[in-house]
Design a protein around this ligand. Sequence first.
Ligand SMILES: *Cc1c(COP(=O)(O)O)cnc(C)c1O
Length: 731
Amino acid sequence: MSDNGPADETPNDSPLASWFLGPKAEHSDLWFELIAYIFEDYTHWRMNYFPNDPIVISRERRRRHDRWQDSLKTDLDSILNNLKAHFPFYSPRYIAHMLSEQTLPSVLGYFAGMLYNPNNVTDEAAPVTVRLELEVGRMVASMLGYRPQKAWAHICSGGTVATLEALWVARMVQFVPFIVRGYCAEHRLDFVIKTADGRRAPIGELSDRELIGLRPNESIFMIRKLARFEVEQIGREQTAVIGAINAFVQASEYNVKLRGCDAVIKQTGMRPLIFVSAAAHYSIKKAANILGYGEDSVRLVPVTSHFRVNTELLRSMLEHVREHEYIAAVIGIVGTTEEGAVDAIHTIAGLRDQLARARNQSFWFHIDAAWGGYIRSLFCGHSLEATAGRDLDATYALLAQRINARETISWDFVRGRPGAGAGHNRGEEIAWDNPDVYKALIAMSDADSITIDPHKLGYVPYPAGIIAFKNGLVTELMTQRARYISDASEGIKSIDDMVEIKAVGPYILEGSKSGASATSCWLAHKTIPLTVHGHGKIMRTTLLNAKKLYWHLQHHRKNFAAFEEACGFSQSPRSRFSYPFTFQPLFNPDTNIVCFVAVPMAWREARLAPTDMPLRWINELNRRIHDDLDIPQLSRGTQMPYVKEYFVSNTTFEKGQYTSQSIEPVLRSIGVSSHEYNAHGLVVLRSTVMNPLHYTAQAEGIDYLAGFVRHLHKVTRYLIVQVYRLMTEEV
Ligand SMILES: *Cc1c(COP(=O)(O)O)cnc(C)c1O
């Protein structure tokens, strides 16, 4: 395969269209063939297990169940009928929530696994699929930039559980040095460790604050290092040492697992704090709640007008952590849920190094990449030996060149037919090449743990989240005693080996879990590799399509008159210019989510400028637009989706989440004062552009994104009249 694979590919020869069933079930032949094959193969497996065993349910007996089978079929019909009121997630017309098609292999893999009903808690209940799960873990860890043989990554139910598990592990790791200090005091050991600022010091000399601020890796390796120190330096016998350490760990007053979070935290007299941007998913507060830190421990750092964490404020907040507080975790987000924004992961990683050097204080760095993690597939599969040892800027430049995520689009979108642009028959370039986003994604491998959701941009069925830890040794610290599940016993087992994991149960939050998720992810990632030549093609398409939608919205104002014409409205100046409006995107998307607001405008000296419509009414307009492009809540589940040509989602920004200062440029772009924003919040339309086939459809002559904007224009044109009328009636 050529290195610059996707760059020299047109939508026509991209393999992407073969990876999905297709909006018209175009691949239904293959689909039926393989689904039938899976089901047949499975029944043969049953029949061939002791073929001589008697038939237990005879034909005659089967006939006697006819009536029950009739009722089964009737009730199944009823489910199938009712399901037709489902949202058409697979359609390029669905540009709303974080939902789309699943890849063909992921669905096939799911069915194949599901029939055998493996329970991936242990290989005793899932002899085949636990292995596949761990292989999926290595594939994803590798895509994230971790060393797959050193990392530990497994499938869980989703991003919520993944992040909870990361913080749960971090909590365990953080108190290891306290246990070791106690052990060394009891055994009078002069055990030397490395402080966060790189000095070597006997552990007994370190304060609680210094211990809690050690680099996570130092804490993770500490028990093994201690054992090795006793065996190799002191000359004690290995089994005795391991036994003594494990016994001490059990008894320690700093054992969070046994003593409880509250008791341990009281010992230190310090309060845990978690730092994350104000754009955080609510699962982080949930985790703080469940872990016993309390939601108050989550410190929301204001965002920039790009909805990325403000790293200057983060620095200042970290520097101002008080004597009786400590940093339980700093969480960076790759792809915020509402905006798809990517925090400057490289800056946060740099901040951690600076803080360690200057203040002898490190922290657990977690990344919530539930949404954006798979975008990193674009960065894999290049022969990047050339970049080894290069700096971030050089790596960025090289990757940007290799990925070459740019397209030329034509101005003819307005009328939806070729060669009829509003006097602009030239092409326009759109590109996904923001250096900050590239650098953030490159630097992801610096984090201690990463949450990533295959059931989002991995395009596999629910439930499938993944938690990846950079250092797989954390499993040793997590072992829960459960002999009936496996023989994994508490604590460390030897000083040298990395233990082979057969049962994931002892190391994770969940218990019984679906092996079908493992077969699903495995078949998907095996056949559509997590590289620029495979999954990266899907990512590249969605990123460019989001840019394209952004571009359409951004040019709406300029093309207002042309839009009017394209939507078939009268050409008379009066009707054309009665209630103009535009769609203002709130930011140039970092990934594939576009947020925008419909804003009423007025003609001033032949140009469109914002009116002074109060925000309350602008919000009303946007709420109505959203309701028009969605199934109303009351008829959800009964109304068929065919009544809607397009779908959009919405959200409301409020001062409790985003202060008016932090998003001041956003407010200015739509002509809203911070006073009004503080009073009413801002209703925002939100489009997740993740359907993989927008470009393929365009090559076949239908541009759904342009159609979406035209549809929005039509709908808004009617609704704005209603809103003006309501507003006048009120006065
Ligand atoms: C979706 C999402 C989550 C939660 O993941 P689930 O799979 O829904 O539990 C967490 N963080 C971010 C950024 C997300 O987008």
